[in-house]
Write a protein that binds this ligand. Sequence first.
Ligand code: ATP
Length: 220
Amino acid sequence: MTEEISLRRVLPHVFRGSENELPVRDSQLWLQENMTFRRGTYYLIEAESGTGKSSLCSYIYGSRHDYDGKILFDGADARSFGIGRWCELRRRSLAYLPQEMGLFPELTVMENIEIKNRLTAHKSGNEIVSLLERLEIGEKAGEPAGRLSVGQQQRVAIIRALCQPFDFLLIDEPVSHLDSRNNQAVAELIDEEARRLGAGIIATSVGNKIKLPDYELLRL
Ligand SMILES: Nc1ncnc2c1ncn2[C@@H]1O[C@H](COP(=O)(O)OP(=O)(O)OP(=O)(O)O)[C@@H](O)[C@H]1O
């Protein structure tokens, strides 16, 4: 179980030499001595385009390492983790919805979700159907994901991200293409799942903010 993820003077390589300039200068995350995300707390990272929110998500998920400083999982330096530790973290502790979603366009909505859920056996088929219905995409279950609107694809990707246990849910602009009602429905769903697991949420936004009930707002 992961209780805390801490950033110690983290700075993307691309921002080296910009310590006294925007966006680094006013950031509440970059170059902070100790910024800690705690399990059970929700964080909304507000950022302008190009300030590095997708980079931050990739660093925490361990898919990129082009940063200075340290990222610690319960005090352990993420740079020391081998592939086995990352796999374990991603299987049990970290759920991630990247901005580009990563759906397979030629597979159906249900196949896209099952491809993940078969590995985790986290939800039953009936539970997946009821999640699709809850997010008003139940009738799309048999359609290729590539034929859905971007907002519909976001809802599929959110359900897929929830098909695993997690201590932290990392979601990069999860509602950028959703209207207010769907934003609310998605927020209620992930709040319910995170609360049940006692998990934290780290969400980013350049505009449309996910309507979580209670969160710490951070400026990147
Ligand atoms: N894979 C990568 N390797 C190295 N640098 C990258 C990579 N992806 C993005 N960058 C650089 O990092 C900086 C921040 O990009 P990033 O995609 O993290 O920003 P963002 O805040 O998510 O932007 P947006 O809201 O437009 O998606 C940019 O200058 C970009 O060129």
